[in-house]
Design a protein around this ligand. Sequence first.
Ligand code: HAM
Length: 427
Amino acid sequence: MGRSNQYQTVRGTRDILPEEIHYWHRIETTVAEWMRRYQYQEIRTPIIEVADLFYHGVGQETDAIGKEMYVFPDRSGEMLALRPELTAPIARAVHQHSLAAHRSLLRLWYYGPCFRYERPQKGRQRQFHQVGAECIGSSSPDADVEVIALAWDILRELCDTTTLTVSVNSLGTREEQARYRSQLVEYFSQYRNDLSPISQQRLTTNPLRILDSKDPTDRAIICSAPHIIPLLSVQSRAHFDTVLTLLDSLGIPVTIDPHLVRGLDYYTHTVFEFRSNLLGAQDAVGGGGRYDNLVEALGGPPLPGVGFGIGVERLLLAMDIPPVTEQSWQPAVFIAAPENMRVFMHHISSVLRRAGIATAVDLEFRSLKAQLRLAHRMRYAVCLIVSPPPHGDNTAVIKDMRSGEQVALSLEDSDIVSHVQRLLKQQ
Ligand code: HAM
């Protein structure tokens, strides 16, 4: 293999190229704006954590931790992990910095890369990005509704809502889950030999996860599997009913999915998932739920919480961005100058940039024709053509690339800035 082909991105990871970055920025701006409107504060935690945080917090029997986590000893031999998700790190940070000591309710949001060693396919990568929010300190159903409404507001601004569905379920308390687990074991044991090998294994390790199986034979068996709702206590049922009533009052189109269990072990009570029909097999754009025991399980105070995570790569697919047909004009000026005007070129670019105007130059000082061709190809809306001295008469030409109209003007800084500003203001 030639040297130029030797180094490629690691399987399951991607470069985000300049032509795509606009869509990432759009997501980032939209998310930050909705977080502001809901009064969530941004928090940034490290990408590496002690591996035990996830074994303990999220569960060793979950795929994301047991099978897919990137774990490695550092040079001192301590076992570290590349974070597969951010809820456990946030719970760690809340406890570590006693963030809840002075405030009864914490509203936090985050954005950053996560890592899972999964088989890559459309919408599934080994390095992907999540945005999410966590509301910590309230066990009220209103907190569940707040985070679902927040995620929904972000998704509805970026996607066509007719392509989205919102599924919800309740997983009750730990005790109710234990009762449900035994019911499921009893039910699935009748079909033990018909289940896929992985589901057979889960029958002993994590029976709830069988409900997530995509295997067609498993699916047929799962259809008639018992639901958890009839096992819920009056309080758990009332919590769930309030969540449903409030979501309905907000016009959020939720469907109860009685077999929704989600892949992480910390959930109690409400769980939810947002799916898009533009995504194919990996159709979950985001998901989340309540985790009333997580902070305490990590050694902290008994703080209930609820939150969601949205996969940014999947969100991009769910946004169904139309292919670019004709690139629109960039609100920027290009300075076409010959080499013997380089001092002026640097001077005027600096003046323009300091006046807030996006300014590009040709650092190779190609022919005027070549520079104008470049400016056209890059779709710069305005071009400032600086004449070379012997023929130049201390004037420049300013050309509106969109209409082709051009006028001569003096080399005065203020004259140039005001002309460029005026032209860039015109659409
Ligand atoms: P999760 O469902 O495991 O939940 O991940 C959230 C979202 O991350 C998924 O819905 C999906 O969009 C995206 N995602 C997950 N794995 C991949 C992957 N391999 N490639 C691309 N995207 C992926 C959590 O992580 C929880 N921490 C969410 C939460 C917050 N629960 C409570 N608070």
